[in-house]
Design a protein around this ligand. Structure first.
Ligand code: ADP
Ligand code: MG
Length: 697
């Protein structure tokens, strides 16, 4: 095997490849496009396309595709080969600038949430030169944005790119006021930590629930779960190790900075974290990571489960979105820094995030809402559905002192060199981790922890970017007009802390008492997806997105519809899967087992009435009682699902799913799991939780 340095980025048309393969002028033009988003003129696009094609063919590629992220949350691609016929009946390999820059695509089968009705079904994909092209499965993939012909965003990337432009602009205004003359761009950075499960492929295939829904709809608790905490950061099994090694290699080829890997809390659960990158690239990379995790698993006869809650009773999987802002001069704006001005600047950016999270808490909650994530949030394994922020004791005391206009007593801690005006001194390091907070400050970044494992990180990130940019705009407006900058800055910081400190909570977010306290503070608590999604179309949030041209009202309503519909479809598929499994596999199995028991009883009694039949009789009685109960419950579920078919209003349907279908499914599951415990192994039609969770050795 070649060395990691050789492998890394070998399938990416990155800066070094461009430097090598493009003429100096073309390279310079490309740089301008990448850095400032300038349009490429067609002759330059032609040269880039040609160089890309030659490079890709050398690497074995035969096709190209515009790679995009429709509103399904997955990625989509439509492959075209490079071949083009010549007059003499042969072919040549061609790829034009036009094909690179823009593609046409039939948008009609992608969710468009009503946009389809008003606009043309066709859509187009437009090259996003800020994310490098790469080769995957012998195909040159060109990262693109996906829009309708009317220009409406039909994908995740478009609003993200718009939000990045926005936060760049507003951050620069603020930075200028602090005298940062050489900063010309500010980008947000993201490092998503990805959790997942690995289970044996043959066991997965034996479970219709996993195949159809990605999670188990049944399964009695095994004798051993995660109570011993022996899996968390435990030794990695050889088979898993081999998988991780292979996975890293594939990710590295694509220039993805896969860095750390370890076992997670639940048995069979693992985590992969990359080194952070610019948000746009981090989002593309996370989509690729999820895809490749699943592909590589199959090669190892494993299945990688990305569902938020594949197993009841053990932890589900999330994705921690580490987020920060950094300048082209390499300064992290959420780092307290060394000088007085850096400190003050840090406090202002910190306040901007605090205010943004408080004002748009409902939107942040909505950005992570999904049927799968509803199993995690508030289930004592992930943050509650209430958004709050953790800053750590140290920083908290600093803000407290600022608010009260007091000197901050920093005790023996190492002091930072500061002294601007009344801004206090504080030591650089913050306190211990709080793992229960939805939005936690960790050294020089915020960690948004509410994301589910299968979610595209793009959505939450364009929400954070837009909300923070909106606040920065307000701050810049005030500060640019200030006659006394330092006093105004000081007042602005104090005012922001006063108004928004309710969002700061440093205690245990899993504690029930917190929910009561949060209610007193007036924080929003949106426990489920149907409760959370309407935030996407509230007046305040439509105003936010449309004012900044990140998403228009029409685009937002479309997203609301799509998410709602997606939720209802998932619940429906789960209910139907449950019905099929119970009717066709579970009921027949337990009925056969009941017959087996009664056969034994009859034959024993035929031999001698003195033979003890207590085991068979008691078991047959429980099996038969539970079977009757299961039959009744599944009929109820069946009826409720039929009722749901007549509900046409999507919002009503989502609440019907939550309030009627989900409880009916729960009732079916309870009886089924009780039956599993009393049924002989050889009769039970599916691999058990024990098999699934401990099957990879
Ligand atoms: P910690 O131990 O503090 O969690 P790590 O270095 O393990 O820090 O980082 C966790 C994740 O946060 C990694 O994916 C990392 O790349 C990411 N991260 C670190 N710094 C930043 C940053 N400035 N912006 C975005 N993500 C970051
Ligand atoms: Mg973390």
């Amino acid at each position: 095997m070649s060395s990691v340095t050789e492998i890394f980025g070998s399938m990416v048309f990155d800066d070094s490849v461009m430097r090598q393969r493009l003429s100096e002028d073309t390279y310079k033009a490309m740089q301008k496009t990448i850095q400032d988003g300038r349009k490429l003129d067609i002759t330059i696009a032609n040269s880039v396309a040609n160089a890309m094609k030659d490079w890709a063919i050398e690497k074995g590629a035969t096709h190209f595709t515009h790679w995009f992220q429709p509103l399904t949350g997955f990625t989509a691609e439509k492959h075209d080969s490079f071949i083009s016929p010549t007059k003499d009946g042969k072919i040549i390999m061609e790829f034009s600038g036009k094909e690179l820059v823009k593609g046409e695509s039939d948008a009609s089968s992608f969710p468009s949430g009503g946009l389809r009705a008003t606009f043309e079904a066709r859509g187009y994909t437009a090259w996003d030169a800020t994310s490098y092209a790469f080769i995957k499965d012998d195909t040159l993939c060109i990262p693109t944005a996906f829009c309708s012909f009317g220009g409406e965003a039909l994908d995740m990337k478009t609003p993200l790119l718009r939000s990045m432009e926005l936060i760049n602009k507003q951050s620069l205004r603020v930075l200028k006021l602090f005298g940062n003359e050489n900063v010309t761009s500010v980008k947000t950075t993201v490092g998503p930590e990805q959790e997942y499960f690995l289970i044996p492929r043959e066991l997965y295939e034996a479970r219709k629930d996993l195949v159809y829904t990605g999670r188990t709809l049944f399964g009695a608790k095994p004798p051993k779960g995660q109570e011993l905490d022996d899996h968390y950061y435990g030794q990695i099994k050889p088979r898993v190790k081999a998988y991780m090694k292979d996975l890293n290699k594939e990710l590295w080829k694509l220039g993805i900075l896969a860095k750390t890997e370890h076992n997670e809390g639940a048995p069979a659960q693992h985590e992969l974290a990359p080194i952070f990158a610019t948000t746009n690239i981090a989002c593309d990379h996370n989509q690729l990571t999820m895809e490749i995790m699943q592909k590589v698993a199959k090669k190892h006869d494993l299945i990688c489960l990305l569902h938020e809650k594949p197993f009841e009773g053990v932890n589900g999987s999330g994705k921690h979105n580490n987020w920060s802002l950094s300048t082209n001069t390499g300064v992290n704006l959420l780092d307290p820094g060394e000088t007085p001005y850096e400190n003050a600047q840090f406090l202002l950016f910190l306040c901007a995030v605090i205010k943004a999270v408080d004002e748009y808490q409902d939107l942040l909650r909505a950005s992570v809402a999904s049927a799968g994530n509803d199993h995690r949030l508030g289930a004592h394994e992930a943050p509650p559905a209430v958004v709050s922020m953790f800053l750590g004791d140290e920083l908290n005391e600093v803000l407290d002192a600022i608010e009260r206009g007091k000197e901050y007593d920093s005790k023996e801690k190492t002091l930072m060199k500061i002294g601007v005006h009344t801004l206090p001194r504080f030591s650089k390091d913050t306190t211990d981790r709080n793992r229960t907070s939805p939005f936690a400050f960790t050294n020089n970044k915020f960690e948004f922890r509410m994301l589910g494992s299968s979610l595209s990180v793009t959505g939450p990130n364009f929400v954070i970017n837009t909300a923070v940019a909106d606040v920065l705009e307000g701050f810049a407006d005030i500060l640019e007009n200030a006659t006394d900058f330092e006093t105004t800055l000081n007042e602005l910081i104090i005012d922001t802390i006063k108004k928004h400190k309710r969002i700061i909570f440093n205690g245990n977010g899993y504690d029930d008492a917190w929910l009561l306290e949060a209610e007193k503070r007036g924080l929003s608590n949106l426990p489920t997806t149907p409760d959370a999604l309407p935030a996407l179309i509230s007046e305040k949030n439509i105003e936010l997105f449309s004012k900044h041209k990140v998403l228009s009202e029409v685009e937002l309503r479309a997203r609301y519809e799509i998410n709602l519909e997606n939720y209802c479809k998932i619940i429906n598929i789960e209910a139907l899967t449950m019905i099929e499994m119970v009717k066709r596999d579970i009921l027949p199995a337990v009925s056969a087992y009941g017959r087996e028991l009664t056969d034994v009883i009859l034959s024993k009694k035929g031999v001698s009435s003195a033979l003890d039949c207590s085991y068979e009789e008691e078991t047959a009685t429980s099996v038969s009682c539970l079977t009757g109960e299961l039959f009744a419950n599944i009929k109820k579920l069946d009826k409720i699902v039929s009722e749901s078919e007549s509900i046409t209003d999507m919002s009503k349907l989502s609440f019907f799913c939550k309030d009627s279908i989900i409880p009916a499914m729960k009732a079916v599951r309870e009886v089924t799991d009780a039956l599993e415990v009393v049924t002989a192994s050889e009769f039970w039609p599916y691999p058990t939780y024990g098999d699934l969770l401990f099957g990879v050795r």
